[in-house]
Design a protein around this ligand. Structure first.
Ligand SMILES: NC(=O)c1ccc[n+]([C@@H]2O[C@H](COP(=O)([O-])OP(=O)(O)OC[C@H]3O[C@@H](n4cnc5c(N)ncnc54)[C@H](OP(=O)(O)O)[C@@H]3O)[C@@H](O)[C@H]2O)c1
Ligand SMILES: [Zn+2]
Ligand SMILES: [Zn+2]
Length: 348
């Protein structure tokens, strides 16, 4: 067993603080990675706060992991020591259900193993995430990083990237369509980049006038202020697809009104009951309200390869591990451009 340095939260009111955790030894099909960067997802805050009532403490968050392979098991075929490798939100699934067979491990009918906070045979009984110096995972859940990509902007692709890429691909977004991305945070800024790269007319829908100006630099064709109801209403009936990244319960009414007949709003942000849904808005206009969870392993690799071809990276602010609690406070105020990434060298 390997004891390593990590950061964990011991309860919903606790700050994320230094600790030591144990990692399993590298098994025959495992890869051990020395973590260089880990992105900070809003989901990490939800888990630390137990917002969704499913946190097992102590929780070591972090599911946007990039680092160097330090050891491979003797059955590992596609990685060797020194390779740049990545781990996203999943580290295992049953592998045999209908969804796993289709590469939809995130919808595993027997329950996937998340990178942190999932019951596991690992030391401690639960998986521990990337706020740590190293990680051990099965080869089949480890991603290759294209050679053309480098630096801290890779890490957020592993969650913010795939969570926005997957629905845009599923709903076949491309030229001739009008897409709105709601909320300019970690997910939202990747949604803008992917929607633009796929050739759709892309509109940023944000509460922040100041961030709205940045959205054009990220690839938005136009920006609408959601804090201005009249400006929002001018866009009613004009969108084919909306990607909603707002992290909390909110009134869907003004957003559903933006959809064309047959349009779809995909919610990826608020993983909780949504109180304001008027079915009349769906019925009159055959509109759809949908959801989407991260992406499967093959699709995550496809997304990384797409980023490699198009030179797409996340816009990041690099922090030290001991700056994590301040980073959470700023994220809760929507004050990050556009993803914090922890430099794990600061934990060694
Ligand atoms: N479905 C999945 O698989 C999946 C995967 C990863 C994360 N998530 C969830 O997605 C959500 C977003 O994550 P993130 O990391 O992108 O968060 P984030 O970086 O904090 O960004 C969220 C953005 O939403 C907007 N926003 C925040 N509160 C709002 C409110 N009350 N009303 C309207 N807009 C608001 C803000 O954008 P503006 O300033 O532009 O308005 C903010 O920057 C989280 O709940 C996370 O748990 C889901
Ligand atoms: Zn995430
Ligand atoms: Zn399965």
């Amino acid at each position: 067993m390997n004891n390593i340095s990590a950061y964990s939260a011991s309860g919903p009111k606790a700050r994320v603080a230094p600790c030591t955790i144990e990692r399993r030894p590298t098994g025959p099909t495992d890869i051990q990675i020395a973590i260089e960067h880990c992105g900070v997802c809003h989901t990490d805050i939800h888990f630390v706060n137990n917002d969704w009532g499913m946190t097992n403490y102590p929780v070591v968050p972090g599911h946007e992991i990039v680092g160097r392979v330090t050891e491979v098991g003797h059955e590992v075929k596609n990685f060797k020591a020194g390779d740049l490798a990545a781990i996203g939100c999943l580290v295992d699934s049953c592998g045999v259900c209908n969804n796993c067979e289709k590469g939809l491990e995130q919808y595993c009918l027997n329950g996937f193993t998340a990178t942190y906070n999932s019951a596991s045979a690992d030391p401690g009984g639960f998986t521990y995430g990337g706020y740590s110096t190293s990680v051990v995972a099965k080869e089949s859940f480890v991603l290759r990083v294209p050679n053309s990509l480098s630096g801290p902007g890779i890490a957020p692709l592993l969650c913010a990237g795939i969570t926005t890429y997957s629905p845009l691909k599923n709903w076949e977004i491309g030229p001739g369509q009008k897409v709105g991305v709601i909320g300019l945070g970690g997910l939202g800024h990747m949604g803008i980049k992917f929607s633009h790269a796929l050739g759709a007319h892309t509109t940023m829908i944000t509460t922040s006038e100041e961030k709205g100006n940045d959205a054009r630099l990220l690839g938005a064709d136009d920006v609408v202020l959601s804090s201005d109801p009249a400006a929002l209403a001018k866009e009613n009936g004009s969108f084919d697809f909306l990607l909603n990244t707002i992290p909390v319960n909110h009134d869907l009414t003004p957003y559903l009104e933006l959809l064309k007949t047959n349009g779809t709003m995909c919610v990826v942000g608020a993983v909780e009951p949504l109180s304001q849904v008027n079915a009349a808005q769906l019925i009159f206009g055959r509109r759809s309200l949908a959801g989407s969870l991260i992406g499967g392993i093959a699709e995550t690799q496809e997304m990384l390869d797409f980023c490699g071809e198009k030179n797409i990276l996340s816009e990041v602010e690099v922090i030290r591990m001991d700056e994590i609690n301040e980073a959470y406070k700023r994220m809760e105020k929507s004050q990050v451009k556009y993803r914090f990434v922890i430099d794990l060298a600061s934990l060694n």
